[in-house]
Write a protein that binds this ligand. Structure first.
Ligand code: SAM
Length: 284
C-alpha cells in the first residue's frame, strides 16, 4: 500500500484524503482505513473507509461515489431517463464502474440487455468486492461488462440502443474524451430513432462552462433537450447537473419509479427535478 500520494496526508497520526481541485477550496475527509489501493493502466484506484461518508471509491484522489450518498446520483441518472423512455429494452452505460447505475437500471423488468462499457476493469472488481452498498455485487445475466474506451465502443454502434447513460468521472484523464462533440455525435448515431441519452454534466457552481458546453453540444444534435439537478454532498458544491438529449420522448411517466425500492427518487422528485434555479437558466 503506497500512501505516498499527493492527496493523502497524515496529521496527528490521522490519515486524511484531500480533494484540492481549486486553489482556494480544499475538501478533506478523515480516513479510518485503506481497504483497496491499486494503480491501473489509466488511474489510481482506491477504496477508503471514511468517518463521515462510509466507504468511498476514489479515483486519482477524487471521490466518485460513497456508501452514504452514492444512491442519490445513481438513482437520479438512471430512474429519471427510465421514466421518460416508454420502453427501454437495450441500454448502454458508459463508465459506471461502481455498478450503481447498472444496479438501478436492472430493476426494470422490461430491460432485456445492458452493456456496461468501463475503461478500467480494476474499478469494477474493487467495487463488487469492497463496495457492495453501491455495486450490490451485481451479477445480473442481462448486464454485460465490456472493458473498453467508451468513445471507441460508441463509435462502433449504429441505431442499436434505446437509452445511453454516460456515468463518467470528471472531464480529466480518461474521461476527458467523454465530453467532446464527436462523442455526443457517436451517441446520437448509436441510438435508435426514438432513443435518448443522459450524461452527468458537472457542477453548475464550479464547472458552469463544462455544463453549458455539454448542454449546447447536445442541443445541437437532439430535438429534445432537458437539464435536471440533484444535490450530491460529496461532489464539489453539492449541486450537480444532468443533461438529457432525446430524439423523441421528453415527458416523464413518474408512476414508473414507484416500487423500485429507491432511497432518494420518488414521483415528486422526478416531477420537480427539471425545475431549474434562475442562475442555471441564465447560464444556459
Ligand atoms: N458518478 C461519478 C462521478 O460523477 O464522478 C462517476 C462514477 S464512475 C466510477 C466513472 C467511471 O468512468 C470510472 O470507473 C472510470 O474508470 C470510467 N471512465 C472514465 N473514462 C472512461 C472512458 N473513456 N470510457 C469508459 N469508462 C471511462
Amino acid at each position: 500500500m503506497d500512501l505516498n500520494k499527493p492527496y493523502l496526508s497524515r496529521k496527528n497520526g490521522d490519515l486524511w484524503l484531500t480533494e484540492d481541485e481549486y486553489d482556494n477550496l480544499k475538501v478533506s475527509y478523515r480516513i479510518k482505513d485503506v481497504i483497496y489501493d491499486q494503480k491501473s493502466s489509466c488511474q489510481d484506484v482506491m477504496i477508503l473507509d471514511s468517518y463521515n461518508f462510509g466507504r468511498m471509491l476514489v479515483l486519482d484522489g477524487v471521490v466518485q461515489t460513497t456508501s452514504v450518498d452514492g444512491h442519490i446520483y445513481n438513482e437520479m441518472i438512471s430512474h429519471v431517463p427510465m421514466s421518460i423512455h416508454p420502453n427501454p429494452q437495450k441500454v448502454l452505460i458508459i463508465g459506471g464502474g461502481d455498478c450503481g447505475v447498472a444496479k438501478e437500471v436492472a430493476k426494470y423488468e422490461g430491460v432485456e440487455h445492458i452493456d456496461m462499457v468501463e475503461i478500467d476493469e480494476l474499478v469494477v472488481k474493487a467495487c463488487i468486492e469492497h463496495l457492495p452498498e453501491v455495486s450490490g455485487r451485481l451479477a445480473d445475466p442481462r448486464v454485460h461488462y465490456i472493458f473498453d474506451d467508451g468513445v471507441k465502443f460508441a463509435a462502433s454502434k449504429k441505431k442499436e440502443y434505446d437509452l445511453i447513460i454516460v456515468d463518467s468521472s470528471d472531464p480529466i484523464g480518461p474521461a476527458k474524451v467523454l465530453f467532446e462533440q464527436s462523442f455526443y455525435e457517436s451517441l446520437h448515431e448509436a441510438l435508435k430513432d426514438d432513443g435518448m441519452m443522459v450524461c452527468q454534466s458537472q457542477s453548475p457552481i464550479f464547472h458552469a462552462d463544462v455544463m453549458k458546453q455539454s448542454y449546447k453540444r447536445i442541443s445541437g444534435l437532439f430535438p429534445e433537450v432537458k437539464m435536471y439537478t440533484a444535490v450530491v454532498p460529496t461532489y464539489p458544491g453539492g449541486l450537480w447537473s444532468f443533461t438529457i438529449g432525446s430524439k423523441q420522448h421528453i415527458k416523464p411517466d413518474t408512476s414508473k419509479v414507484r416500487d423500485k425500492n429507491t432511497k432518494y427518487v420518488n414521483e415528486q422528485i422526478v416531477d420537480s427535478c427539471f425545475s431549474l434555479p434562475q442562475f442555471i437558466k441564465e447560464i444556459l
